[in-house]
Design a protein around this ligand. Sequence first.
Ligand code: NDP
Ligand code: OXD
Length: 310
Amino acid sequence: MSIVVSIPGVDKTNWWIEQLQALMPSWTIRSIHDPGDVEAVTYAVVWKPATGAFLPFPNLKAIVSLGAGIDHVLADTELPRRIPIIRTVGTDLTQRMREYVALHVLRHHRNMPAISANQRTHQWEPLVVPPATDRTVGMMGLGNLGGTAASTLAALGFETLGWARTKREIEGVTTYAGEAEFDTFVRRCEILVCLLPLTEATTGILDAELFARLPRGASVINAGRGQHLIDDDLLEALGSGQLSHATLDVFHVEPLPSEHAFWSHPSITVTPHIASLIDAPTGSRIVSANIERFEHEGSVADLADAERGY
Ligand code: NDP
Ligand code: OXD
């Protein structure tokens, strides 16, 4: 009965192994780089595993993604397709994400980027903004994270719209579903938040065509995945004034290369993939509970659908 852990960085791997081992004393938990008896390995706990990482383990029962997204697992071209993938989600993650979304939506809504720029040049310019009730915010993706964050925005008083693949009911949120309703949704979003999973259908969705449909001067927050965004289209939309500001937490290449234009762009706020960053003490509780449940019941609520891609 053993579990291997694969996370970029030795220190992080050791941190997770320690925390998991403390909660799962009857299991042998080791780094994927030093797995011991490969036949005894039945679970792999991973974040951005290397291509072919799972091939040495013939008896894997499940792969545990150390995050809500499973795109980093599905990116493995040698992934054994029959193995279930368990997502790591829970109230800690949703709480962190709703804080991040509320913070940045309010920041855009209250024009804080302009006020901060004015402070740097000692300008006293009282910028008037409407109350949240007169501001329309749109959430792309209404799952665990997007759905909870949309509720939070509605509770703050924003006129909140939400879009998902299928119809969702969320109190206080006007919801839209699928491609057919996308245009009606997006044309009203003065602040647009992306919390979609990365799939074939959502890759590059934040592009020039979408930006052109937003109300002029809208702002965009992307905490989904970097590949949702066409970087050059964003730069062009900011340059033309079609968009006023963007907050980006996720990028095509992470860490964001130091020479990337986003770092020093006056209308872009960069955060280093921390919108809802799971830590080992919290995450290990979720992961260990999921593995124990999967072991005894053969399934868990947080099972991803690899065919669907999320
Ligand atoms: P869920 O799987 O719970 O929800 C995904 C949502 O996206 C669902 O509402 C789904 O629709 C919708 N969706 C999927 N495909 C489409 C599509 N083609 N068109 C419209 N809607 C679509 O995911 P989570 O909320 O748990 O997480 C979302 C993503 O957030 C993760 O995949 C990850 O990429 C990102 N993330 C980022 C973090 C960060 O720190 N920046 C932290 C954690 C996650 P339906 O409801 O109909 O199924
Ligand atoms: C996740 C993430 O998918 O942190 O959980 O991006």
